[in-house]
Design a protein around this ligand. Structure first.
Ligand code: PLP
Length: 392
């Protein structure tokens, strides 16, 4: 049986719900992207993005998946054979390491247990050992979409500074930007990688890269071969920024609208709403977990992600079967466990265009699915979320 009426509830971690306002903004005829009418729109977008990244630095943008911005960050600032240090947080940190190896970088992993963010003390210790200053970049996934753990970026910046290390600080904000507070300049981030399909509430297909002055200076001596990603191709003759190749006109119409929506709501309220909705999910899971039920995978409350919760099932229960039930019987699409969490965990995303009833609907569908799959859990999870949201 599968749900055939009403909208599917989307709790996958991207692409996320596209607000009707954004859909309407994209529903229009194509225009010449070089025309005088379109150029100001492109300029406004770069200005709006700076507010979301909380930066005065340069933002580059591409028609590409988020991984394209990873490649751009590395290809423009590093040289073949350079050593980089990647904080192990989960599957996406591993994928980043694989991408780096593909570019002939020497990717060292700073080990982690996946249930915690990158440890600032361990980072500082490793950087202090690097007296030859071989490590050219420290790469951190801000919000590990596989585990629902958000690393403490300001503490990691302090660790780099405490070690007096000159490495570039590269951060993947793909599942944090516009959902969880991210301050590129205040936190001394040199390269900030982002994508369109999560907090920015758009289809996938745009990637963004914030670059500090230090990163731009590094690009002048970086010897990695690059063509499409080359930052030099991203400037108009007058110095303003542009897209390489044909501009993705409709995605940019959508982005104009999603930026307006975010800035109208106010970034502080956007982060507060994500916190509130995430906390409701955590309260549900905490109630279910009594007596051996599912549990939040993240262990340190300071690092719980406000954009996605990874929920570990009790031993011996099949997370993929649970996902099939929730999708086909109750109309809720959940993310699956990645890598070593495959089959053991589900991911309940709460990012982007989302409100209280949508999250409560998702939690109700999940509670019904737990029961339908005979997964042990204590009653009262949905009620805990209702009580919390009603009072907060
Ligand atoms: N990094 C993180 C943290 C992600 O969550 C994702 C996708 O979910 C990626 C990188 C890859 O992004 P894309 O699929 O747009 O290439």
């Amino acid at each position: 049986m599968s749900v055939s009426r009403g909208r599917q509830f989307l709790a996958i971690p991207g692409p996320t719900n596209i607000p009707d306002r954004v859909l309407r903004a994209m529903d229009r005829p194509t225009v010449d992207f070089k025309s005088d009418a379109f150029q100001p729109i492109q300029r406004e977008i770069f200005e709006g993005l700076k507010k979301v990244f909380q930066t005065e630095n340069t933002i580059f943008a591409y028609a590409s998946a988020g991984k394209g911005a990873w490649e751009s960050a590395m290809a423009n600032t590093l040289s073949p054979g350079d050593k980089i240090l990647i904080g192990e947080t989960g599957a996406f940190s591993i994928f980043w390491g694989q991408a780096a190896k593909g570019l002939q970088l020497d990717a060292e992993v700073l080990p982690g247990d996946w249930r915690h963010g990158v440890d600032p003390d361990a980072l500082e210790a490793r950087l202090r050992e690097d007296t030859a200053r071989e490590i050219k970049a420290v790469c951190i996934v801000h919000n590990e979409t596989a585990t629902g753990v958000a690393s403490r970026l300001p503490d990691l910046r302090r660790a780099i500074d405490a070690a007096g290390h000159p490495a570039l600080y590269m951060v993947d904000t793909i599942s944090s930007l516009a959902s969880i507070d991210f301050r590129m300049d205040e936190w001394g981030v040199d390269l900030a990688v982002a994508g369109s399909q999560k907090g920015l509430m758009l289809p996938s297909g745009l990637s963004f890269l914030g670059a500090s002055e230090k990163a731009i200076n590094a690009s002048q001596s970086a010897r990695m071969p690059r063509s499409y990603w080359d930052w030099n191709n991203l400037y108009e003759a007058d110095g303003s920024l542009r897209f390489p190749s044909t501009s993705p006109v409709h995605l940019l119409y959508g982005l104009t609208e999603s930026l307006s929506m975010l800035l109208e709501e106010g970034m502080t309220e956007v982060f507060a709403r994500h916190h509130r909705l995430a906390e409701a999910v955590r309260r549900s899971v905490a109630a279910w977990s009594e007596g051996g039920g599912p549990e939040i995978f993240s262990l340190d409350p300071r690092e719980h992600s406000n954009s996605i919760s990874t929920i570990l099932l009790p031993e011996g229960h099949d997370a993929e079967a649970l996902r099939r039930t929730s999708e086909h019987r109750f109309g809720l699409a959940l993310g699956g466990g990645l890598d070593r969490l495959n089959g053991r965990a589900i991911r309940f995303a709460h990012m982007g265009d989302l409100n209280e009833p949508m999250v409560l609907g998702g939690l109700a569908a999940l509670e019904m699915s737990l029961a339908a799959n005979a997964i042990p859990f204590a009653k009262g999870g949905l009620q805990a979320a209702v009580d919390y949201l009603g009072e907060s």
